[in-house]
Design a binder for this molecule. Sequence first.
Ligand SMILES: Nc1nc2c(ncn2[C@@H]2O[C@H](COP(=O)(O)OP(=O)(O)OP(=O)(O)O)[C@@H](O)[C@H]2O)c(=O)[nH]1
Ligand SMILES: [Mg+2]
Length: 212
Amino acid sequence: MSSETLWQISMMRIVESKFIKSAVKPDGYPASPYADIAFVGKSNVGKSSLINTLLNRKAIAKVSRTPGKTRLINFFEIHFKTEENKDGFVNFVDLPGYGYAKVSKTERTAWKKMIQNYFEHRMSLKGIIALVDIRHSADPKDIVMLKMLQDEDIPFIVIATKSDKIAKSKLPACLEKLSAGLEVNNKNIYSFSSLKKTGIEDILNWIDNQIL
Ligand SMILES: Nc1nc2c(ncn2[C@@H]2O[C@H](COP(=O)(O)OP(=O)(O)OP(=O)(O)O)[C@@H](O)[C@H]2O)c(=O)[nH]1
Ligand SMILES: [Mg+2]
């Protein structure tokens, strides 16, 4: 079965997506009647690419070879059709990446405050998609982030990105090792590739379940 077919049989079918606005503080967040699903992870892990892939758009979220491109909280509004062909809406939120070495301490503190504010004040936040690079072993920065989500009781899944960079036969072992290292249940981790467009259905189904 081709990845194109997988995307089409997913429970959610994306109809339209649009950029709403960027914000730093809670008073800048868009007032929206819809749930938020946010994407977090280290700089360069592939957050913006994943959002574009899910939405079947080339560049609604800005992708860059230079880490640290996304410095603001970016809100996108998604219109989709459910399995029963009903209209549904959700916001996708592209959060700025962490762990980029070349940022000042001041910037790092500002980032932390921005993320904490978002987690604590965005009442419509229904779930987090936490991205890690499938080629790397568990990073303490990711463990801290996942701990933060657990402390705040925010539902999350871990997505191991860039799976096209490793042999298919090695995927299960990589996921097992990552879930153990990150101390998350191996049922809550999936592999994904923006390049090959694989893993889309798992993510859309999870999102669908969070925003019911
Ligand atoms: N091979 C491969 N490359 C990818 C994949 N996803 C992203 N990339 C590349 O990784 C780099 C970073 O991707 P982005 O989507 O901009 O990463 P980001 O997490 O949004 O980065 P920041 O905005 O800096 O936090 C780009 O050069 C992408 O082309 C993937 O699935 N496979
Ligand atoms: Mg980005």
